[in-house]
Design a protein around this ligand. Sequence first.
Ligand code: BG6
Length: 472
Amino acid sequence: MTQFDRNFLWGSASAAYQIEGAVAADGKGESVWDVWAHLEGKTHEGTNGDIATDHYNRYEEDVALMKKAGLKAYRFSISWTRILPNGTGIVNSEGINFYNRLINLLIENDIQPLVTLYHWDLPQTLQTKYLGWESEQIVHDFTAYAKICFKAFGDRVKYWIVMNEPNIFTHLGYIMGVHPPGKHDEALFLKTYHHTALAHAHTVLAYKEMGLEGQIGSSIAFTPAYSSTSSEADQGALKSYYDIGPWWYLDSYYKGSYPESAIEYYTSQNIEMPFKKADFEIMKAAAEVVDFIGINYYQTAMVAYNPIDGVGISSFNTTGKKGTQKESGIPGLYKTVKNPNIEYTDWDWAIDPDGLRYGLVELKARYDLPILISENGLGAFDTVSSDGAINDDYRIDFLRAHIEACGNAINEGVDLLGYMTWSFTDLLSWLNGFKKRYGFVYVDFESTDLKRIPKKSFYWYREVIKTNGEAL
Ligand code: BG6
């Protein structure tokens, strides 16, 4: 049995656009998501975050529920345009006040605030002015915004997550074209990703220069993988998958370099590399002082060789109709295939708790840094039974197995800081709407009062926290 450290951060996570609502309240500026979600056909069932869970107006009720659940930590993101409505320039004091109220209330309730600086809601002004992440100017502007947050909240916030899943928002925005700005361009994908790595590095260094007491890192969406067979072709596919995928994303943040074999691959495709030599000095300097790796873990992948005339990137299941996800890959290198050994969710995400242990052990071997699980959870259709209860035993089973996997990873030497479930309340899923629910607290999106109802998993997690992981 695993002994979780007594300071282990048991918590839950959220993101501003997915919960806050109040999109134009108190001087908030427009973000790219405020615009994108209102374009015809961009989101599932035309959903948007204009109201979401209305957390901006109901944060007191939400924090009271967190207290009731006994959360030790709560991860949320700051909306850049509440602080700087145009991305740069004049600070909106009402935005600062809101996050001060939230942070203070969390601390009063013994809940450690974990703050994400960027969870995808780029100021629209910067997109219009210089195409946002496509321009290196963003690195400067992002770092300036981060410093404002450090100055305003850094006396009380001890854990900072600079970027949330830079690999996902650049891939969805510049390869798949399903997130803003809706482009399909591999070179731009590499360029924008590189700018996120630079923004992360400059921000980490700025934080350290300010001498504040706390820890800083970024959260990468990490999907560990297995090869479908032990054939040389499939093993080679697995190596390509890692070098072009997880190691590309993580090495740049946590080693200050990119895998050589992936650089060779892109160069062979005549794709221009976006970096300058001097960039690596900054990235390496940050990698030396960064405190932890954040990972968002949902699933593993199974990878097989993909012939040159094989499948390309395909769209994914956003409806919750199980079995509609198609194979996807890079011709000539690899493709992801269905893993016959495990179950899938209704959105065709592989349920693989041991993959979390395996992934954590891989990260420990490659980077040897403390790790924070900044997201893990199950998206499901929940129903309210006639007695008003939400009996989400499937979510309890999912989380229990993943917490056991954390324990196993700790037993194998992984230094795990904490475990944030995704999410505390139900919230808006960017592309899947309101019906894909993740929370411990049900939100009745059908009613105007957005009533909160704790689910069965809420009470279960409370016991887990109370017993420091013993009562699973
Ligand atoms: C992560 C994001 O990708 O996964 C969250 O950081 C997101 O913002 C979560 O909501 C679950 O994804 P989805 O697509 O099911 O909402």
